[in-house]
Design a protein around this ligand. Structure first.
Ligand code: CDP
Length: 248
């Protein structure tokens, strides 16, 4: 099957009923794992992803230590049952690439110099995949880092735009990603500083600008959801007893 065998639009709407510039539903839960220092569960459409953050903690093996800053490790892993055809367990070229670019998307906002000789470990497990797992993973990881109390300059939010049937669309789902003409994931700070940009396929210069604009708008909307999820969790926490007493 290729792009010509698939009809991506019906009456102006996409296969899942969305408009071209519409995100899939996003749901974020903060602090879902008791053993991790910070964690987050995210659903972005059909993607279900969990992120766990550990650290800052001592680096093992020790020769990886950096004297002036913490190192950040990011492991993206796709569960065997997360895709239609069973994925062979263990790392592969794709997961190495996604781990690298995702780490690079987050590292610029983490204040690593506060924690020399330490490591911050980020684990991302994809439980169900439906295209856009790297963006979902980065969104979950950024929230999990905040949940772990890691000092950051800002949040990071990630979203992709794609091209199907000569139309630029936001947040492509699997059929659009696999059989479309282009895919352009980005990650950025709320201020619009881009920390990840990749592109598969081909876009004209004009389409490229349109896709970047659209992905940035999607990332801004995701930022609001990340922020609300963190505010929800932390506004529910009661102040410690001594603090309450001090205020009385
Ligand atoms: O997930 P993301 O879009 O970040 O990365 P991709 O390499 O463009 O993969 C797109 C989608 O293809 C994934 O989200 C999965 O739904 C699917 N896929 C798969 O079915 N089996 C794989 N071994 C890898 C990807």
């Amino acid at each position: 099957m290729d792009e010509t065998d698939i009809s991506f639009f019906k009456d102006g709407f996409r296969l899942d009923g969305r408009r071209a510039d519409q995100l899939r539903p996003v749901k974020i839960e903060v602090g879902v794992l008791a053993r991790a220092d910070g964690s987050c569960y995210i659903e972005m459409g059909g993607n279900k992803v969990i992120a766990a953050v550990y650290g800052p903690r001592e680096v093992h093996p020790r020769h990886l230590q950096e004297v002036t800053r913490a190192i950040v490790r990011y492991r993206y892993n796709m569960a065997s049952f997360s895709v239609e055809e069973r994925k062979r367990p263990g790392p592969d070229r794709r997961s190495y690439e996604l781990s690298k670019v995702s780490r690079e998307a987050l590292e610029p906002v983490i204040l690593t110099t506060y924690f020399p000789r330490s490591v911050i470990d980020v684990f991302v497990e994809v439980l169900q995949a439906d295209a856009g797992t790297r963006t979902a993973g980065i969104n979950a990881a950024a929230v999990a880092l905040a949940d772990a109390g890691i000092p950051m300059k800002s949040m990071i939010s990630s979203c992709a735009a794609g091209k199907v049937a000569d139309t630029i669309v936001l947040d492509p789902m699997k059929e659009e990603d696999n059989f479309g003409q282009a895919d352009l994931p980005i990650a950025m700070t709320p201020g619009g500083e881009i920390t990840l940009m990749q592109m598969d396929g081909g876009l004209t210069r004009e389409e490229f600008h349109q896709a970047v604009e659209m992905a940035m708008k999607g990332a801004r909307d995701i930022y609001e959801i990340q922020r609300n999820a963190l505010v929800d969790k932390y506004s529910q926490l009661e102040a410690p007893a001594e603090e309450v007493k001090a205020c009385e």
